[in-house]
Every structure is written in structure tokens, then in C-alpha cells.
Design a protein around this ligand. Sequence first.
Ligand code: AMP
Length: 275
Amino acid sequence: MKIVRTAEALREARKELKGSIGFVPTMGALHEGHLSLIRRAREENAHLIVSIFVNPTQFLEGEDLESYPRREEADSKICQLAGTDILFMPSVDQMYEADELCIGAPARRGYILEGEKRPGHFDGMLQIVMKLLNLSGATRAYFGKKDAQQLVLITQMARSYFLPCDIVPCDIVRDEKGLALSSRNAYLTDTEKERALALSRSLKRASKKVMAGELNVEAIVAEMASVLEAAVDHTEYIAIVDRDFRKLERVEIGNTIVLVAAWVGKTRLIDNIWI
Ligand code: AMP
């Protein structure tokens, strides 16, 4: 495995790769969720590139940019064992220049839910993903449904900018109790971890209700709210939208995403389920 830290070195290293390139961009502190993307990219492509970059432009003022877990050594080992050809770990200076040309998130999809609570987050995210996709020369890039709105926006960017890269959606990986894996789970104490299970529990409740024939969004949201309120400190949103992130009044089976965002202690968590 080659570790490269500059854009130039990545371009050079990638030139030597013949055949398809699978690419998995991450912010590190790798867990089984990341690994599921990495394994799939490894299987489906001749070569595998992984990037680790805690992207400052997608963090808002007052968010956890400074405290975000950084585990370069352990992450490198994991990538190596998973069969990575090139691990890209650039500095901020490598990725950004002064007076940047910016890509903006779309006015509706980019500024509701996560985009409303974290205004500007998706602009920064799309900006870095565009750079990374171009630099990696990926044939296929792998993203988790865990960040559902992010996945939909990246798919839109690839489509509207005619990027020569397939965006591959990957299922959410959970721990044995149902908690969606996230690098931010490292912030949780044991008791907070227990309380955080309310997110996935509320989603399971929603899917159970749908399976029992309840399609009314208001009724499902009310039930989810009661599950969440009993355990979390603050529910930021519960939303039931179609795959294009338009609000639904009735669940459309095969075209629905149920999403939650909630605070447990000082940690903000998100989770969702595709129905
Ligand atoms: P991050 O390092 O949090 O930016 O995540 C990098 C990629 O891993 C993104 O495409 C995430 O959606 C994906 N990812 C993170 N957690 C999970 C999970 N629990 N299951 C599946 N994919 C995940």
C-alpha cells in the first residue's frame, strides 16, 4: 500500500493503476461501516483508493472539527489489511487555496433537514467530494446510506456535472444492538450509548407500523417522537421524505426514507431507514 499526502503524488501513483478504480472517501476513525464500503470497493474493482481527510469546510463554526477523532496509524493499518492500493491523507493546504471557487448545494435538497440545521455543510462536503473524485480518477465511488442526504446530493452532482464516475450506495452497518456505526459514537459514554439506541428503535417502530399497514406520515412521526423523547436530550428532526427528499404525507413503499437527528448529551447523531 502506498501512502500519499499530496495531490501531485496521488496523480502520479494513480497513473500506474491499470483497470477500474474503486474509491472510498472518509474522514477516518475507521469502523465496520467504512470497512463495508472498502471491502465492496475492493471486490468490484481492479484497484482501491481510500482517502482520509477531515474536511474543514463542511464543519460549521462551533462544531467538532478540533475534537473529531484522528487515528492515522490505526486507520493506515486497517486500510493496508483491507487491500488498499493507495491511501490518500492530504493536509488542508493540499486541498484548498485562498479565494476558492465554490460548488453550491442545490437550493432545496441542499438546505432542508441536515442542510437546514447545518447551513453550508453540504456546500463544503460537495466541494471536497468533487476534488477527491477528480483526483482519484475513480471508476466507482462508494458512499453510505447512513448519510442519506449526502448520498443523494453527491449522486446529483455526479449527474449534473457529468462526472465519469458511478456513485455506489451502500447499506448502513449497525452494531449488535442496532446503533448505526459512526466515528462520532466515540464521544458517547456507555449510558449515552444505551440512550442513543432510541434512534434506531424509533426507525424500527416506523418500519413495523408501515408493515402493519400504517402509511400516514403524521401518525408514524408521532409514534417515533414518543420513542425518541423518552431517551434522547433533544430531537432535532423526524422526517419522512421520498428518495428525492420531498416531504410525503403518505409513505410510498420502495420510495421512502425515514430520517432522524437527535442529541444525546453533547453528541449529535443521525440515522435513517429506506422503506
Ligand atoms: P465519514 O468518515 O463519516 O465521512 O464516512 C465516510 C463514508 O462512510 C460515508 O460515505 C458514510 O456514509 C459511510 N459510513 C459511515 N458510517 C457508516 C455506516 N454505519 N454504515 C455504512 N456506511 C457508513
